[in-house]
Design a protein around this ligand. Structure first.
Ligand SMILES: Cc1cc2nc3c(=O)[nH]c(=O)nc-3n(C[C@H](O)[C@H](O)[C@H](O)COP(=O)(O)O)c2cc1C
Ligand SMILES: C=C(O[C@@H]1CC(C(=O)O)=C[C@@H](OP(=O)(O)O)[C@H]1O)C(=O)O
Length: 388
């Protein structure tokens, strides 16, 4: 399974083409819309999210609520496009409008300058329109389809916020994944910890007031993956490495940890590895999950726990110094609108990119033409590993 996305942030629409999904899998527009709506929520976002109402149109690959096995195309319209038709249309525009709206001032922390140097664009709008995280809506649409497949196989994926601006949300022990999902849905900053929630909101307000921005840490938790998904035989089949790549591909993500992650560097082996047990009912199991559900590039059958770190949003109301690419003059960047913090939204994006990698690995490992056959073989595999 693979997908491509197309679309500019202020262009007409975003398009996702998803290929390699089995035929005869139940899929509803609402499965995708629910995810899109979740991505739009979260305290700290700017005015753009009040303009957009992300809804998907399925334009191919699905009939009467089931996949056909042919490419699925998903379209999300940009409601903001109506304000940008002269700037973003495909037809040539008059010189005056072009000069007035040309972007020559690169923002530190964004793709603007590197993209201009690489492609030779003198109007950096040609870079920022595509490098914008607006594209993550199209990726969430693909991930929502993957999540639907996983749900039909008994696998649930949940993303939430662990930390924003240095305020850490404590874990609530022994929650079921359903409880995690509903708690985070009710939280404006998508945390499990009510106390941290209030502090985080105050911290975001403070950053906003100072014209500044915040980053944080998001976590994705997955339940229901059997052991042995992924492979140790080649670098590009290791599922943890694919997940790491997918997470860092999200705009503003700079690092990934599995389980105890970087903390492992400060521990002895006896405090890191997960001891193996066996009983008649479960078969092989782990006595702990310090490694976050992976060994040797394969799932262990324990929940997958992966964290990602998002840097603070680069567009700042408080100006940072930069240099105009035409005049070569130093200026203090000024902007009209931006998110102050998008970590809660990014947790939803991370959930969906992880879900996509999991679904992709399953489709590589099991017969993938027809969903009912895949499901049957997958359930058989679950039983095979349980009784091994
Ligand atoms: C959900 C989400 C929303 C974002 N919103 C903004 C924003 O409003 N302003 C901004 O400058 N960057 C925003 N970003 C981050 C930039 O897109 C990102 O920093 C930029 O594309 C440069 O890429 P890099 O940070 O991965 O190097 C957002 C990122 C995500 C995931
Ligand atoms: C549009 C989305 O996020 C955008 C990501 C983004 C950026 O620079 O990455 C900049 C902002 O867009 P604008 O410049 O139009 O205000 C965010 O709103 C979205 O998440 O759907």
């Amino acid at each position: 399974m693979r997908y491509l996305t197309a679309g500019e942030s202020h262009g007409k629409q975003l398009t996702t083409i998803l290929e390699g999904l089995p035929a005869r899998m139940p899929l509803l527009k609402d499965d995708i819309n629910e995810s899109l709506l979740r991505r739009q929520k979260g305290y700290g976002r700017g005015k753009r999210m009040q303009i957009e109402k992300d809804l998907v149109e399925i334009t191919s690959g699905v009939r009467h609520g089931y996949t056909l096995g042919s490419p699925i195309s998903l379209v999300i319209h940009n409601d903001d496009y109506k304000h940008w038709t002269d700037i973003m249309g495909e037809d040539p525009i008059d010189e005056d409008t072009f000069i007035r709206r040309i972007v020559t001032r690169p923002r530190p922390g964004h793709a603007d300058l590197n993209g201009a140097l690489k492609y030779g664009h003198r109007d950096m709008r040609n870079v920022l329109e595509r490098s914008s995280a607006r594209e993550t809506a199209a990726r969430v649409a693909a991930g929502a389809v993957a999540k639907t497949l996983l749900r039909h196989l008994g696998i649930e994926v949940c993303g939430y916020v662990k930390e924003i601006g240095g305020i850490v949300a404590e874990d609530v022990p022994n929650l079921t994944i359903q409880e995690k999902m509903s708690l985070t849905e009710d939280s404006p900053v998508r945390t499990l910890d009510k106390k941290a929630e209030q502090q985080i909101m105050a911290k975001i307000d403070e950053a906003k007031k100072n014209g500044d921005s915040l980053g944080g840490v998001t976590e994705v938790y997955v339940e229901g993956m059997p052991p042995g998904i992924g492979s140790y035989v080649h670098y590009d089949r290791k599922l943890d490495s694919r997940i790491a790549g997918a997470v860092v591909s999200i705009n503003a993500y700079k690092g990934v940890e599995f389980g105890m992650g970087f903390e492992a560097a400060r521990k002895n082996g006896s405090q890191v590895h997960d001891e193996i047990g066996w009983n008649e009912e479960q078969g092989f199991y782990r006595k702990s999950n310090r490694l976050g559900g992976f060994e040797g590039g394969m799932t262990t059958g324990m929940p997958i726990v992966v964290k990602g770190v998002m840097k603070p949003i680069p567009t700042l109301m408080k100006p940072l110094q930069s240099v105009d690419i035409e005049t070569k003059e130093t200026f203090q960047a000024s902007v009209e609108r931006s998110d102050a913090c998008a970590v809660p939204a990014a947790a939803v994006v991370m959930e969906h990119v992880v879900a996509f990698e999991l679904a992709k690995a399953i489709l590589e490992q099991f017969p993938n033409d027809q969903f009912p056959k895949l499901k049957q073989q997958f359930e058989q595999y679950r039983e095979d590993v349980r009784s091994f």
